[in-house]
Design a protein around this ligand. Structure first.
Ligand SMILES: OC[C@H]1NNC[C@@H](O)[C@@H]1O
Ligand SMILES: [Ca+2]
Length: 456
């Protein structure tokens, strides 16, 4: 399986998960500093205080990327390094770090893919309502513009948000992520304001000459248990209804406004039952519908549902009290997520049909397994099998006509896996957090071969 000539092979990370140095060079506090330092929120009491110490080790890490032959590296910028309180004057030392990072990547002939928001909201903005406060969308646009003004001469690929669904519904819905709010109405408002921030920022970036702009979403094919292993299975009416609704809440809630300037009726209905739609102002959807070039797709596993008793009302899914989240008949990763590779091709083909105006890029795909470092090696055969299986499905989606631009593995390094802390390892490179030693796992060596052959 050989991929298209210009297919982009890379890896992805995020600022709070790898940088550490949380008080260095004027960085302000983020909601994840607050959340991780609040006992009970993160496994083993882990925080991002040190993480992979990438802030100090970025040159060596880029050397690793070059050895693996990566063409692209997706990273996120910590807003609190740029504006410690989320607004106002720019912190020059914070911006200088990313300026050097970009130059180092270009020197290594690696294309920088910048994510502007990967969850580390400045605490000062959260103190003023966070994403539930409409003003935050405008603060985000100001921040995006300031970053683009500095880096836009060297960075061509810009993602506004990473996974707004997670920010809104795990941050403000069921509270398992920062800022740990449990309020479905807040979650619905936050989703809308995140989208508004996306649209406002995308316009500023385009005005500044940005070449490629994308919105990155966590997405999945929504399937009944029977459909997981039998694509021809026909759900009954009740199951079909919840499949349709969850697909609308998980994926269309974000891509329909961004690409078409419309909300699915299921989102409006969920809002009406959770705090109302007063936050949706006339003209908002037109602002959100800023022209974008790509949709970034983060895929890990299908979303398996059937009609039945749903989650408690304060869960992450307002408007889905009658939806039972089911298990799939499939092996699982260390996260307990089902391994269903063809879910990726089913998703990519569906998205290419629903949103033909934009290109697609797999901006995250990967797996956590309980790796063992022995004799200086990590024989992570399960991760190789996971990646191989999913890359075959990316190839099939391309064959089926999807406009797939590239694949970025999650993640380059083992890192801070949010509420799971450091106990879950997604890296193709092992990190010993005690010594900060990096060891490429077998999956990294395998991935280097895939890149070299441009295929499997
Ligand atoms: O859970 C694995 C990844 N999922 N997408 C967002 C990333 O920050 C996570 O580490
Ligand atoms: Ca999303």
């Amino acid at each position: 399986m050989i991929f298209p000539e210009d297919f982009v092979w890379g890896a992805a990370t995020a600022s709070y998960q790898i940088e550490g140095a949380v008080k260095e060079d004027g960085r302000g506090q983020s909601i994840w500093d607050t959340f991780s330092h609040t006992p009970g929120n993160v496994a083993d009491g882990d925080t991002g205080d040190v993480a992979c110490d990438h802030y100090h080790r970025y040159k060596d890490d880029i050397g690793l990327m070059r050895e693996l032959g990566l063409a692209a590296y997706r990273f996120s910028i910590a807003w609190p390094r740029i504006q410690p309180d989320g607004e106002g004057s720019i912190n020059p030392r914070g911006l200088a770090f990313y300026d050097k990072l970009v130059d180092e990547l270009l020197a290594a002939e690696i294309s920088p893919y910048v994510t502007l928001y990967h969850w580390d909201l400045p605490q000062g903005l959260e103190d003023r309502g966070g994403w539930a406060n409409r003003d935050t969308a405008y603060r985000f646009a100001d921040y995006a513009q300031a970053v683009h003004e500095r880096l836009g001469d060297r960075v061509s690929d810009w993602a506004t948000l990473n996974e707004p669904w997670v920010s809104a519904f795990l941050g403000y819905g069921n509270g398992v992520h920062a800022p740990g709010r449990r309020d479905p109405a807040y979650a619905m408002r936050s989703a809308h304001h995140l989208l508004l921030g996306h649209g406002l920022a995308a316009r500023r970036l385009r005005e500044g000459g940005a070449q490629r702009i994308m919105l990155v979403v966590n997405s999945a094919p929504v399937l009944t248990p029977a459909q997981v292993n039998d694509p021809s299975a026909v759900p009954d009416e009740a199951d079909a209804a919840v499949v349709h609704r969850i697909h609308a809440l998980l994926t269309r809630q974000f891509l329909d406004p961004a690409v078409y300037g419309t909300y699915p009726e299921e989102v409006i209905e969920a809002a009406e039952r959770n705090g109302g739609t007063g936050h949706i102002q006339d003209g908002d959807l037109a602002l959100i519908n800023a022209p974008i070039d790509l949709v970034g797709v983060n895929y890990y596993n299908p979303c398996v549902v059937e009609a039945g008793p749903g989650l408690p009302a304060d869960a992450a899914w307002p408007g889905s009290e009658d939806v039972k989240f089911a298990t799939a008949d499939a092996p699982t990763t260390a996260m307990g997520w089902p391994i269903v590779p063809d879910g990726l091709s089913r998703l990519l083909v569906r998205l290419s049909q629903d949103y033909p105006q934009v290109g697609l890029m797999v901006t995250e795909n990967g797996a956590a397994f309980d790796d063992v470092l022995e004799h200086g090696r990590v024989h992570d055969a399960q991760r190789v099998a996971y990646l191989d299986g999913h890359l075959r499905e990316v190839w099939r989606a391309i064959e089926a006509g999807a406009d797939l631009r590239g694949y970025l593995v999650w993640s380059l390094l083992d890192n801070f896996e949010w509420a799971e802390g450091y106990r879950r390892r997604f890296g193709i490179v092992h990190v010993d957090y005690g010594t900060q030693t990096r060891v490429p796992k077998d999956s990294a060596l395998w991935y280097r071969g895939v890149i070299g052959r441009n295929g499997l």
